[in-house]
Design a protein around this ligand. Structure first.
Ligand code: SF4
Ligand code: FES
Length: 249
């Protein structure tokens, strides 16, 4: 395939940035999207130009680093995949592909397609943990009965990889889907109930401090989430928050 790429180039947070067009040739439909960008970067390096900065690590849908907005969609046109799992077979010969960083006030651009998503880490640090008794008489986890449905829902929530696609897809740049997944994975399990009240209050407070917008139930986050995190988690987080606020008064 021969393609035209329109890529956001921005040399640091204070630079204005602009879309720059590049041509790439002989792209195989079996390549991943990031491999196609590798081809472009090799071409740029060989011609003495600055390669395009983009984030990646695992390249297998686990780390949540590859945050690209492709043709207006977080992680591109496929469903249930991250950018690194997106295949070039989703595009056609002659296509023009627009590639931008995830856009949100809380995700400042570092360079080109790389954004700073450490706001999500700070939310996680505000409550995404449990206390475990390590005194020597720790209760065996297998001895704590947990309904299968709760265990399954907690596991589903725990598949959130913190990629930030939910924020980038939301017209309000809300991080509610991410935060609700983190709150839910603990709220559903007895081990998570110990700090449940502080967790939801602290994580939501940190989310607000970071400058994310509010949820207006448009559901775009759920559609673009590569891990299929359901917005029912947002409803659970709202219930947890309400109950924690009342009990705090
Ligand atoms: S909820 Fe989905 S889209 Fe949002 S950070 Fe988690 S995995 Fe990414
Ligand atoms: S590079 Fe790790 S999820 Fe894409």
């Amino acid at each position: 395939m021969n393609l035209t790429l329109k890529i956001w180039r921005q040399n640091g947070a204070s630079d204005k940035g602009k879309l720059v067009s590049y041509k790439v040739a002989d792209i195989s439909e079996h390549m991943s999207f990031l491999e196609m960008l590798d081809v472009l970067n090799e071409q740029l390096v060989n011609s003495g130009e600055e390669p395009v900065a983009f984030d990646h690590d695992c390249r297998e849908g686990i780390c949540g680093m590859c945050s690209l907005h492709i043709n207006g969609e977080a992680h591109g046109p496929d469903r249930g995949v991250t950018t690194c799992q997106l295949h070039m077979r989703m595009f056609k010969d002659g296509d023009t592909i627009t590639i931008e960083p995830f856009r949100a006030k809380a995700f400042p651009v570092v360079k080109d397609l790389v954004v700073d998503r450490s706001a999500l880490d700070r939310i996680q640090q505000a409550g995404g943990y449990i206390s475990v008794n390590t005194s020597g008489n720790t209760q065996d986890a297998n001895a704590i009965p947990i309904p299968k449905a709760d265990a399954d829902e907690a596991m589903d929530a725990a598949t959130c990889i913190g990629c930030g696609a939910c924020v980038a897809s939301c017209k309000n740049a809300s991080a509610m889907l991410f935060v609700s997944a983190k709150v839910s994975q603990y709220a559903l399990l007895p081990q998570g109930r110990v700090e449940a009240k502080d967790r939801v209050l602290n994580m939501v407070s940190q989310m607000d401090k970071e400058g994310f917008g509010n949820c207006t139930n448009t559901g775009a986050c759920e559609v673009e989430c590569p891990k299929g995190i359901s917005i029912t988690n947002i409803a659970r987080m709202n219930r947890e928050y309400l109950s924690a606020s009342i009990k705090n008064d």
